[in-house]
Design a protein around this ligand. Structure first.
Ligand code: S3P
Length: 431
C-alpha cells in the first residue's frame, strides 16, 4: 500500500554488500527440516514475507519452529510427522511454498485446505497436481482443480517417471518431495536444467539422490536426518545492484557471500555477453552449494539474444535485464520465456508497459520481448509495482536513469524477497 518517492540518482553504484539469504533455499530448508528427524538450524534464513509464509504453514501442521532474526531452529517430526491442520492454510503470495508443499502433502495421509492472496489464486497449480494425481494424491480446487483455494487429500503414493512439460524447478521439486513418500524410484527428466537446490539440499539431509544426464532419480522411504544449514545470499536479489552497477561507468561494486550455484548464475553470463566488466570468485562451499563474491565495474553494454537454456537460469532476473537492455547499444531479444506470464504478475506485460511508459523502445511478444536499446534518459513519474517485488525493484533501479523522481506505488511487496532493499539502495547509490 502507499506510494514512495524515489529521488533520481545519477551517481555510480559503489561499495560492498551482502544480500539477504536465498529465497529458494530458505523455503527448502524449512520444508526439509520439518520432515526430517530431529532439530535443524538454519543460518541466514531470508526473513522476507514468502519464506515467513512457509514457516507459518509448517507451524500450522504442528512443527515447532523458533526464529531469532535470521537464525531459525526447526524441530522436525520425520516423514509422516505433519499434523492435519485445524484451519485452512494461508500461503499468501508464495508460489514456491504452494507448489513444493503440495508435493509433501500429496504423500501425507491427511486432508488440507490451502488458499492464498489474489495473485496466488490465479497462478496455475495443475502443473504440479497433474503429476501428483498420477502418483495417487487427490486434489480439488477452483477452475476444475487448477487454482487455489484447493483441498488436498494425501495417500499412499506410487513412484512415477515424469518429463517436465515446463522448465520449472518448482514442478521438479514437488515431484521429488512426493517421491520420498513412495515405495519405489521416482524419476524426473528435465529437458533443460533448472535450479537444483532441492537435489543439493537433499544430500545435506542425508538423502541419496542421483542424476544421470537430464534424469534425476530418487528412492522413496528414505529418512531425512536433521542438520545445520547456512543459506547463501540470493543472487536474484543481488542482480538488481549488479545490473545497476554495470550501467554506470564509475561503479565499483562487490557482493559478498552470495550463492554461485551454476543453475542460478545466468545473470553473470548474460552480463558478460553484453560486455559488462564482471567477475566472480568462489570462496567456500556450504554443503554442496558454492558461495563467493561478485565484482562489477560499470561500462558500455551491447544488446544480445537470451533464449533456450539461458531462460531457467535467468527467469527471475528478466525484469532487471530488460531495464539494462534499454541502455545497451542495439537489439536485445528475449524468447522462450512464456512462463513469465504466470509469475506474481504477468511479467512480460508488466515490464513492457512500465518500460514503454519510461520511454523505452520495447515490444512484447508471446514468449518474451524485444528491446531496441541505447544509452538514454528515462522518464520519471508515476509507476506501479503490480504488487510484484521484482517489478518494484526494477522501477527503483530505473531512478538511476531518470531526470525526474519516480513515484512507486505499492512498494511494500519488495519485502517479499528483499526486506533490506532500500537500505542497500541508499548505501550504494549515494548522491
Ligand atoms: C523457484 C523456481 C522458479 C522461480 C521462483 C523460485 C524455486 O519458478 O521463478 O522464483 O524456488 O524453485 P519456476 O519453477 O516456476 O520456474
Amino acid at each position: 500500500m502507499g506510494t514512495m518517492t524515489i529521488s533520481k540518482r545519477t551517481k555510480a553504484v559503489t561499495g560492498t554488500i551482502a544480500v539477504p539469504g536465498d529465497k529458494s533455499m530458505s523455503h527448502r530448508a524449512i520444508m526439509l527440516a520439518a520432515i526430517s528427524n530431529g532439530k535443524s538450524t538454519i543460518d541466514n534464513f531470508l526473513t522476507g514475507e514468502d519464506c515467513l509464509t512457509t514457516i507459518v504453514a509448517f507451524e500450522a501442521m504442528g512443527i515447532k519452529i523458533e526464529r531469532n532474526e535470521s537464525k531459525v531452529t526447526v524441530h522436525g517430526k520425520g516423514l509422516y510427522g505433519l499434523d492435519e491442520s485445524m484451519q485452512p492454510i494461508n500461503l499468501g503470495n508464495s508460489g514456491t511454498t504452494t507448489r513444493l508443499l503440495l508435493g509433501i502433502l500429496a504423500g501425507t495421509p491427511h486432508h488440507y485446505c490451502l488458499y492464498g492472496d489474489e495473485s496466488l489464486s490465479v497462478r496455475p497449480m495443475d502443473r504440479v497436481t497433474i503429476p501428483l494425481t498420477k502418483m495417487g494424491a487427490a486434489f480439488d480446487g477452483n477452475q476444475h482443480g487448477r487454482l487455489l483455494p484447493m483441498s488436498v487429500r494425501g495417500d499412499n503414493l506410487q513412484p512415477i517417471e515424469y518429463t517436465l512439460p515446463i522448465n520449472s524447478a518448482q514442478i521438479k521439486s514437488s515431484i521429488l518431495l512426493a517421491g520420498l513418500f513412495t515405495k519405489g524410484i521416482t524419476k524426473v527428466i528435465e529437458p533443460v536444467p533448472t535450479r537444483d537446490h532441492t537435489e543439493r539440499m537433499f544430500t545435506a539431509f542425508g538423502v541419496d539422490i542421483s542424476r544421470q544426464g537430464n534424469t534425476i532419480s530418487l528412492k522413496g522411504q528414505q529418512q531425512l536426518t536433521a542438520t545445520n544449514l547456512e543459506v547463501p545470499g540470493d543472487i536474484s536479489s543481488a542482480a538488481f545492484f549488479i545490473c545497476a552497477a554495470a550501467l554506470k561507468s564509475e561503479s565499483d561494486l562487490i557482493i559478498k557471500d552470495v550463492g554461485l550455484n551454476p543453475t542460478r548464475t545466468g545473470i553473470i553470463d548474460v552480463l558478460q555477453r553484453m560486455g559488462a566488466n564482471i567477475q566472480t570468485s568462489i570462496t567456500r562451499y556450504i554443503g554442496d552449494e558454492p558461495i563467493g563474491e561478485v565484482f562489477v565495474k560499470g561500462g558500455q553494454l551491447t544488446g544480445i539474444t537470451i533464449s533456450g537454456n539461458d531462460i531457467p537460469r535467468v527467469i527471475d532476473e528478466i525484469p532487471i535485464i530488460a531495464l539494462i537492455a534499454s541502455q545497451a547499444n542495439g537489439k536485445t531479444v528475449i524468447k522462450h520465456a512464456e512462463d513469465l506470464r504466470y509469475k506474481e504478475t504477468d511479467r512480460i506485460q508488466a515490464v513492457v508497459d512500465t518500460l514503454r511508459n519510461m520511454g523505452v523502445d520495447i515490444k512484447g511478444t508471446e514468449d518474451g520481448m524485444v528491446i531496441n536499446g541505447k544509452p538514454s534518459k528515462l522518464k520519471g513519474g508515476e509507476y506501479h509495482s503490480y504488487k510484484d517485488h521484482r517489478i518494484g525493484m526494477m522501477i527503483a533501479i530505473a531512478s538511476l536513469l531518470t531526470n525526474e523522481d519516480i513515484n512507486l506505488h505499492e512498494p511494500d511487496c519488495i519485502s517479499i524477497s528483499y526486506p533490506s532493499f532500500f537500505n542497500h539502495f541508499d548505501q550504494l547509490l549515494e548522491d
